[in-house]
Design a protein around this ligand. Structure first.
Ligand SMILES: C[S@@+](CC[C@H](N)C(=O)[O-])C[C@H]1O[C@@H](n2cnc3c(N)ncnc32)[C@H](O)[C@@H]1O
Length: 382
């Protein structure tokens, strides 16, 4: 098969000039792959109308890139925060006025007790107006079922915590939620004992106006995009069309399970307790369980992919991830080679920005070509 993109895909990785670019980066999330990574693979291995599949879709980079390129997409994500981002950016509420109206309704439904902090963390993290709004939003928003509510939820999650004055919170990191104990200690030691006064309605309305200013991303043909919420091993649905490209990046063993990193955002959509109680050390460290999870998900993915589909999997170069992913993919490739190309970090990683100086060997791209393309020269490392 020769890959053919009939029209160039607008570059959503830079700037905010087009609706596609403006919505592409909705949703701070830990360990996303670059838009260009998905875009290049879609360009190279698919034609308009083909199905692109990502069983670990995170904030939806791959299905979004597929959609703006006029491809169909099937994606799945188990973390509700990432799913809200992915489902919103591939199908935002069409009319910004309905989003702003709903934000007003949430504010009006705030009860006096919603404004009361339920922990020291809450009293330092948010002013009472924001806290009241968040408690009301947790109670009211039907983000699983309603596009407008989901769009409101996505915007709340995007701006939930950040540097003052870019978010609704006291001074915090944008991408990851740090532990409540760490935050409280840091605020007290650094002179942030009082959260900033923010009016959540005018704050969010301004962001709605900005996000919608250029419009919403258009699907370039009648593309079908499905982003499922849940475990990909059981939620990829029945085959109506087989994917021509699987482009994905699994969780990395020993790095994160995406729960502790997003605990505050999970709480904000009613998916977690006010303070994290689960074991935040669960980072896919149990290798047998990690292998089993990957086998289940990738074999379910194989059922939804064409036998000759291209597979591109970005994974951690460290052996506890790489050595697990490679043989599973080799088995799925059934006779085709798996080309391995190092993809070293070009910029400081999120963890190193936050002080983790541990050696980072980078990432690996594992590529299985469609049979018709296997004569083309590729960089083979293994
Ligand atoms: C490396 S991240 C993917 C990031 C994504 N490429 C992006 O650009 O946002 C891996 C994702 O897989 C999700 N995940 C882990 N196990 C899963 C499962 N069994 N089914 C679906 N998603 C899963 C995690 O929640 C996480 O969001």
């Amino acid at each position: 098969m020769t890959a053919a993109a009939t029209k160039p895909i607008s570059d959503c990785g830079v700037g905010f000039a087009t609706p596609e670019a403006r919505w592409a980066r909705l949703g701070p999330y830990y360990a996303m792959f670059p838009f260009s990574f998905a875009q290049d693979a879609i360009d190279r291995f698919t034609r308009p109308g083909d199905l692109v599949l990502d069983p670990f879709c995170g904030r939806g980079t791959a299905p979004y890139a597929a959609m703006v390129a006029g491809r169909d997409a099937l994606a799945c994500e188990i973390n509700p925060v990432a799913w809200v981002y992915a489902a919103t950016k591939t199908a935002p509420a069409p009319d910004p006025e309905t989003v702003k109206y709903r934000i007003g309704e949430i504010a009006e439904s705030t009860l006096p007790e919603d404004r009361e902090p339920r922990s020291e963390f809450q009293s330092l993290a948010f002013c009472q107006t924001v806290l009241g709004f968040l408690h009301a939003a947790r109670r009211e928003l039907r983000w699983r079922y309603d596009t407008i509510d989901r769009t409101v939820a996505a915007l709340i999650l995007h701006y939930l915590h950040s540097k003052i004055p870019q978010g609704l919170s006291n001074q915090m990191r944008h991408c990851r939620s740090m532990s409540p104990l760490y935050c409280v200690r840091w605020w007290n030691e650094n002179g942030y004992e009082t959260p900033p006064e923010v009016d959540p309605v005018s704050f969010l309305n301004t962001r709605v106006d900005w996000r919608y200013q250029k419009g919403i991303p258009l699907r370039s043909h009648n593309s079908g995009v499905t982003v499922a919420l849940g475990d990909s091993a059981t939620n990829l649905g029945q085959a109506t069309q087989l994917a021509r490209l699987v482009v994905t990046s699994p969780p990395y063993s020993g790095v994160t399970d995406y729960k502790a990193d997003s605990w505050l955002r999970l709480w904000a959509i009613g998916e977690g307790p006010p303070l994290p109680k689960w074991d935040s050390k669960q980072k896919h460290v149990d290798l047998a369980a990690y292998r089993k999870m990957l086998c289940r998900v990738l074999s379910a993915t194989g059922q939804r992919a064409h036998p000759d589909a291209a597979w591109l999997v970005r994974c951690d170069a460290r052996e506890r991830t790489f050595d697990v992913v490679l043989p599973i993919l080799a088995e799925i490739a059934s006779g085709r080679d798996v080309d391995v190309t190092p993809a070293p970090f070009r910029r400081p990683t999120q963890t190193s920005l936050y002080g983790d100086r541990a050696s980072k060997p980078g990432e690996m791209d594992l590529l299985v070509l469609p049979r018709a393309m296997t004569d083309q020269p590729t960089a083979r490392a293994g």
